[in-house]
Design a protein around this ligand. Structure first.
Ligand code: NIG
Ligand code: FE
Length: 416
């Protein structure tokens, strides 16, 4: 007698099961597509998956609903959604051809969000996180990473982590947490004083905070932190149990990618300016190559060569980089569409990059619908993955399940 499911989803016009684990090269194209498929869900996990007639005949009398296109819940492995203030003016300045670096040098950029975040309360920051995460949920994001990245002093960093802990109690998504004290140098401190503060106080505080950070990230870039400083910051995280991540090659390839790969970093993120040596280092490592075309779109820069990254054998993942400065993008479906339209990925590769590989970039058990997987899935108002990608500018799922439960809010700001 088979174990009883809680419910069955069948028939499904097109189901993508997406085998779990890190996928590279041609394996990124195998998304486990089943035409006329079905799923049985029990206690938040996938109990059975297969052709719809097999599932329906194994479980004929259980509650059942049908689906058109069903994919694993989308995983957003890179966001900065804790922020105060507003930077729409900077976006318009960039549209008038001022650069991101010129705006930052004039006192705007990351430092302006740091000032606004400092003057916001924990509750205000938590409200912002919840409303952004709910918008992401409505676009199909069932797991996400959040970086605490705009609080350069001890009180500011602690406040961001408190706000994330509070927001978590109001959200149904699973959330991985990254501390990114190494984002910008606060102007009131010298480089050496800030590095001492970061490695000696901020990182230990973050590692001990009950919000439970898993990762430590740093912005390795001209105008931010050098490769040597980035390594010092990542090593300090490792001493406190935080696994390394890095923002590298966003504007210039300085060697941060190679350094992070040699440290065994979980991911290198951005990679807009990566060259052959950077891609080789990634392909020869288990470090995930996270690319975020929303940032290229908002900064008016060339997109990363995703085709080359896949062909070279990198574990390619996608994220939104949702933040007030360089990417007001919250939808992973939109990011998948950009990856196909602008980075040379196929729809299947974009799906693997937005599910199992993104889960790998945040060490989350997610992004797949095999037997035993957590039952996070999206049911889309179209009949194929190709149609989802084609409609990327506006498509949203009409059902999102997190661990087998319908997610609380599909329309942000509306009661269920
Ligand atoms: O990932 N590159 C550095 N950090 C963010 C931008 C943050 C901001 O502009 O506020 C990023 O793009
Ligand atoms: Fe970022």
């Amino acid at each position: 007698m088979p174990e009883s499911p809680d419910f069955v989803v069948a028939p499904i016009a097109e189901l993508h099961t997406v085998r779990g684990g890190a996928r590279r090269g041609v394996a990124m194209s195998e998304t486990g597509r089943i035409a006329d498929g079905g799923l049985a869900i029990s206690t938040g996990r996938v109990l059975a998956v297969g052709r719809s007639e097999e599932i329906i005949s194994a479980y004929p009398d259980w509650p059942r609903r049908s689906g058109r296109l069903v994919t694993p819940g989308l995983v957003d492995c890179h966001t900065h959604i804790v922020w105060g203030g507003d930077r729409s003016d900077e976006f318009l300045r960039r549209c008038r051809r001022e650069t991101y670096q010129e705006i930052a040098a004039a006192g705007g950029g990351i430092l302006s969000t740091m000032r606004a975040t400092r003057s916001a309360s924990v509750e205000e920051l938590a409200d912002g996180i919840v409303s952004r995460a709910e918008t992401m949920l409505a676009s199909g994001t069932t797991c996400l990473e959040i970086k605490a990245s705009y609080g350069p002093a001890l009180d500011g960093c602690r406040k961001e982590l408190d706000a994330i802990a509070l927001a978590r109690t109001r959200l149904s998504q699973r959330i991985a947490l990254t501390f990114m004290g190494g984002h910008a140098l606060p102007p009131e401190l010298s480089r050496s004083d800030f590095l001492r503060l970061l490695t000696g106080e901020l990182i230990p505080m973050a590692a001990a905070h009950p919000a439970a950070c898993s990762f430590n990230d740093v912005f390795c870039e001209e105008g931010a932190f050098t490769v040597a400083e980035s390594e010092e910051i990542l090593q300090a995280g490792l001493r406190h149990g935080l696994a390394p991540k890095i923002h590298s090659d966003e504007f210039a390839a300085l060697g941060g990618t190679q350094m992070a790969c040699s440290l065994g970093a979980v991911s290198c993120d951005h990679l807009l300016a990566s060259g052959p040596a950077e891609l080789r280092a990634l392909a020869e490592s288990d470090t995930v190559a996270v690319t975020m075309p929303g940032t290229a779109l908002y900064l008016g820069k060339a997109y990363a060569d995703g085709r080359k990254m896949v062909d070279e054998g990198c574990i390619v993942a996608l994220g939104t980089d949702f933040n007030p400065g360089s990417s007001m993008v919250s939808s992973m479906a939109f990011v998948m569409g950009l990856a196909v339209a602008k980075m040379g990925l196929s729809p299947a590769e974009a799906l693997a990059a937005a599910t199992t590989n993104a889960a790998r970039a945040i060490r989350m058990d997610a992004g797949s619908l095999e037997v035993g997987s957590v039952a996070d899935f999206c049911s889309w108002p179209c009949d194929s993955l190709e149609q989802l990608i084609y409609q990327f500018t506006f498509i949203r799922p009409d059902e999102v399940s997190i661990a087998g439960s319908k997610a609380a809010k599909m329309t942000p700001g509306q009661p269920e």
